[in-house]
Design a protein around this ligand. Structure first.
Ligand SMILES: Nc1ncnc2c1ncn2[C@@H]1O[C@H](COP(=O)(O)OP(=O)(O)O)[C@@H](O)[C@H]1O
Ligand SMILES: CC(=O)N[C@@H](CCC(=O)OP(=O)(O)O)C(=O)O
Length: 301
């Protein structure tokens, strides 16, 4: 009897959170580091389907850096990263496109559809949804800087009831161009801003951003991010992630969080419980700085 009550209470506790996000779009960046075991992938799919069933509109932007590096290694092509961004040669670009737009995009789309969702897998090249130019005058090869995201096209898919699953590959304005490799964190942030998303969640393989002692940093603003990058606390793949979180909140996205994709149902825990998990990003100029108004309001509801 007690157990039954607990189950009902869990559902009741979720109501204010569901109300808050009902009809809202949430971009979920599904990092390669969080796409590990088949069990975790199943839980991810269950979370996305549940969001969709309760009237929340998820958009998935996926990575796959680890899988790209694994395949490059098999082909004896070296992986090179500068501040978390891959340097993309012509051969590397072919592998990036095959892994991201091919293997990973289709696997995630199919997984979601088998769980009853209406997912559609696309890359930024489809309908030229993401446009880019070479990063730093071509120093990064075919790695691109996003110049434009066609948010209307993505919103049209959402209106038709689809869950877009987007591979971070961009189109070029030049004909017969192989396109651009975009870091998936950057793609998620630019997409979230272009479609007017309420929130962007980055699923990765750590509990959030950690300090030098390995303690979780619950909340960061732009100055914290710059200081931690400068003193080396934040490095590697975490650099594009924190930069993308800051970019998102200064471009119209209400909240950005980095959460642990290794924890089962981490998306539901972040969205539907009052505790929240991981690291949240706040604007310095926000009068509610440091206070999570979303959570405060839902707790009061
Ligand atoms: N301060 C930090 N806190 C947590 N992780 C960090 C930090 N600095 C660097 N990292 C690294 O960033 C990694 C996450 O980035 P990445 O491997 O690119 O993940 P994803 O595939 O999810 O984008 C962590 O596994 C960790 O090794
Ligand atoms: C330019 C750049 O860094 N592109 C990334 C795209 C994939 C990605 O970002 O995957 P994760 O999210 O799993 O790291 C790469 O080639 O690895």
């Amino acid at each position: 009897m007690q157990k039954k009550h607990q189950k009902v209470q869990t559902l009741l506790d979720a109501i204010p959170h569901i109300k808050k996000f009902y009809g809202k779009t949430i971009v979920i960046k599904y990092g390669g580091s969080a796409q590990t075991s088949p069990e975790l992938k199943e839980k991810f799919a269950e979370d996305i389907v549940l969001l969709s069933l309760v009237g929340i509109k998820p958009v998935i932007v996926h990575g796959g850096g680890a899988r790209i590096s694994e395949l490059l290694d098999k082909l004896s092509i070296e992986s090179e990263f500068v501040d978390g961004h891959r340097v993309t040669s012509e051969d590397t670009m072919r592998v990036v496109e095959m892994v991201l737009s091919g293997e990973i995009n289709k696997n995630i789309t199919s997984l979601l559809n088998h769980h009853g969702a209406k997912a559609i897998g696309i890359s930024g090249k489809d309908s030229s949804i993401i446009n880019a130019v070479p990063k730093e005058d071509g120093k990064f090869g075919y790695t691109g800087v996003v110049t434009k995201v066609n948010g209307d096209m993505i919103n049209n898919l959402i209106k038709e009831g689809f869950i877009p699953v987007i591979a971070p590959i961009a189109d070029s304005a030049e004909p017969n161009h192989p396109g651009f490799n975009i870091n998936a964190d950057v793609a998620a942030s630019k997409i979230a801003a272009a479609i007017g998303a309420q929130k962007v969640l980055f699923l990765t393989d750590t509990v959030g951003v950690l300090d030098k002692e390995g303690t979780l940093l619950n909340s960061l603003d732009q100055d914290d991010v710059e200081a931690y990058k400068k003193d080396g606390t934040i490095g590697g793949g975490m650099i594009p992630k924190v930069d993308s979180c800051i970019d998102a909140i200064y471009n119209g996205v209400n909240k950005a969080h980095i959460i642990d994709g290794r924890v089962e149902h981490s998306i539901l825990l972040e969205l539907f419980t009052s505790d929240g998990i991981g690291t949240q990003f706040v604007r310095k100029d926000n009068p509610n700085n440091g206070i999570d108004m979303e959570k405060l309001l839902s707790d009061e509801a």
